[in-house]
Ligand binder design. Sequence first.
Ligand code: HEC
Length: 182
Amino acid sequence: MKRTVGVQASILTLLMASSLAVSLVIAADTSQERAVKYILATVQAFRTVYSKAIVEHVQKGGVRPSENWHKDDHAIMLNAQFVKAAGAELKDFELGLIGLTPIYKFNLPKTQAEADALKKMMASPDFKVLTFADGNQFKGLAADHAIVQACVDCHNSHPSSPRKDFKQGDLMGAIVVRINNK
Ligand code: HEC
């Protein structure tokens, strides 16, 4: 009898310990997911302000966004370059832009899980943001659609672009955030 109680008690302790461990893991995942979603929302907000307020405003004064902006005093960076330049300033996590048919190969998804997530977004407009664990990182993707014709025109006519048939509204790629698991 005593032995049965002892065994039951240790099973109970084991169960409690493992459920605590599981809830800690879930809590950790949830906070990573929230962090990634907040970062994506912030990047999208800054990018919108850059495109709508800054780019539109300077165009009235004859300044245009251009890929080779650094060689031209009357040009500013493209919004994709703005996001990537901000990403280059970050030390604790990665921020970038990816596409399945990117202008430059260095903007391809870095892993199969990223490619799969992008394909999932491609297949359904319901997936605007996707978050997932991938190796020793936790990642988030925010869908990047051709909201204006200029996105389509530039990508379709860019000499390095492998895809020439984008239409307005198409998914062109995604903003990606990669944070390291502790
Ligand atoms: C004037 C040309 C131009 C315009 C306009 C433009 N892009 Fe791009 N885009 C580029 C170039 C060049 C790159 C590669 C930049 C780099 O990584 O150095 C790029 C990169 C990207 C990427 C990363 C994957 C890839 O295809 O290389 C995405 C996604 C993207 N752009 C989406 C958009 C969207 C959405 C718009 C409209 C809101 C847009 N672009 C407008 C030229 C343009």
